[in-house]
Design a binder for this molecule. Structure first.
Ligand code: ADE
Length: 225
């Protein structure tokens, strides 16, 4: 998979993609991420990319021409399966969306900043909009980082057996069961006996039950979806 990201502060995202599983995905050649600085696509003086909003009101808006220049330039090089705009007024991101997007080949993500982007870019180019939750960030960069991480780890081949995504929370509309490692007793608390006896069938049953109980207790809404 290849992901292009357009942003006014690409530096905000680069370190997130340079470590851990995102790094491994890129080293394995399964994922490439290219962050593009919107200022490289403006023809305005002083590399201007934003302006006051028509009608007045606080906050700057990213102008349409630099964004269109950047999008057109990238579209000349590849066909995008989705052009995604990160915005708090989009549908809320979830594991199902991550699963679907992880099977795509080329994604383009547009990060807004300040008050957002000119509406005409949304009408003309954007095919999907994503919010990562009901709160407003300073820009789409951190949200894009979240989405790329969630998608990247699902690309077939990125995770090995030990880190398999199949047992993650939300994969079956269930939260993941509790996990334990050494030591067997910690500050007087013992690891459940069933996990220690090597009976894989019993372990699976315990995990399924624990996942269900946790979901009922913490996120009953998931069970009704
Ligand atoms: N940009 C600003 N806030 C955001 C959010 N909550 N989700 C996605 N993009 C955003």
């Amino acid at each position: 998979m290849h992901i292009d990201i357009i942003s006014v502060v690409p530096e905000l995202m680069q370190s997130a993609f340079a470590h851990s599983i995102m790094k491994r995905a890129q080293e394995k050649g399964l994922l490439t991420v290219a962050c593009h600085n919107l200022r490289d696509y403006t023809t305005y003086r002083h590399a201007q990319v934003d302006d006051y909003q028509f009608g007045g009101g606080a906050g700057m808006v990213l102008m349409p021409e630099p964004l269109a220049n950047a999008i057109e330039h990238l579209k000349e090089q590849k066909t995008f399966d989705a052009i995604i705009y990160m915005t708090p007024d989009g549908p809320t991101f979830n594991q199902k969306m991550a699963n679907t997007l992880s099977l795509k080949k080329n994604l383009l993500i547009i990060c807004g900043h300040y008050k957002g982007i000119d509406e005409r870019i949304r009408s003309l180019y954007v095919t999907h909009e994503i919010s990562i939750g009901d709160y407003v960030l300073s820009g789409g960069e951190l949200a894009a980082t979240v989405v790329v991480d969630a998608i990247g780890r699902l690309i077939p081949g990125v995770l090995n057996d030990e880190t398999s995504a199949l047992t993650d929370s939300f994969q079956d509309n269930l939260l993941a069961p509790a996990v334990y490692t050494r030591p067997k007793v910690f500050q007087g608390l013992e690891v459940p006996e069933v996990l220690l006896n090597g009976d894989h069938k019993k372990i699976e049953q315990w995990r399924a039950q624990n996942a269900l109980e946790r979901t009922q207790e913490r996120r009953p809404d998931l069970l009704n979806e």
